[in-house]
Design a protein around this ligand. Structure first.
Ligand code: SAM
Length: 195
């Protein structure tokens, strides 16, 4: 991919507007279309580094809301009392938070594994990330809460979508305009978690 394409207009816009990643516009697009977050919500951002989604979530939860963000990589501090940043593995979240009592209104996951270049392994890892996001939601998402997870076409992604569908009142799959057109990612958006 050429340098010109990699630094596309959303990459440059993110730099200009102070977002940590161009991915910020993906969450904005999901929010504009499905209104997954509202003022006062507690949002759990899984696979959050470098923090573009966390920044966007903070914009939508208002002064009474809060955002907890976790990633394997340490996030640069965000100077905002409503924000809790955790370095760790999403698998251990219950242990890290000290509770599996569902207390989040929204779980958002942009998690992706490091690519190996081996197609089957990368597809399996991508589905594994989506399954982990759903597992986290099972532990931490309140009844009626909303969910977003990144997935990639291929592998057993259809199996994942099928297993997620009955867990929500409504489940949609969305290919976002803000996704690079070379990517085969899409997002699964679950509205109204059934606990
Ligand atoms: C595409 S980046 C997220 C970008 C972010 N949403 C943003 O807006 O800046 C994917 C992240 O998922 C994280 N990740 C992958 N597996 C994880 C796991 N098991 N636990 C926590 N984070 C994980 C990676 O470390 C990586 O930083």
């Amino acid at each position: 991919m050429s340098e010109y394409n990699r630094k596309d207009h959303l990459y440059l816009k993110a730099k200009e507007e102070g977002y940590r990643s161009r991915a910020a516009y993906k969450l904005r697009e999901v929010q504009d279309t499905y209104t997954i977050m509202k003022s006062g919500d507690r949002v759990l951002d899984v696979g959050a580094w470098p923090g573009g989604w966390t920044q966007v979530a903070l914009e939508f939860v208002g002064q009474r809301g809060a955002v907890t963000a976790i990633d394997l990589q340490p996030l640069e501090p965000i100077d905002d009392q409503r924000c809790q940043l955790i370095t760790g593995d999403a698998r251990d979240l219950g242990e890290i938070l000290g509770t599996n009592e569902p207390c989040f209104d929204v779980v958002i996951s942009d998690m992706s594994a490091k690519l190996t270049g081996i197609k089957e392994a990368d597809q399996a890892a991508a589905v594994g990330c989506a399954e982990l996001a759903l597992y986290v939601a099972e532990q931490q998402l309140k009844s009626g809460g909303n969910f977003v997870a990144k997935v990639f076409k291929g592998g057993d992604v259809e199996g994942f979508v099928k297993s997620a569908r009955p867990r929500f009142n409504k489940l949609v799959r969305s290919e976002l305009k803000s996704t690079r057109n070379t990517s085969n990612e899409f997002y699964v958006i679950g509205l109204g978690f059934r606990r």
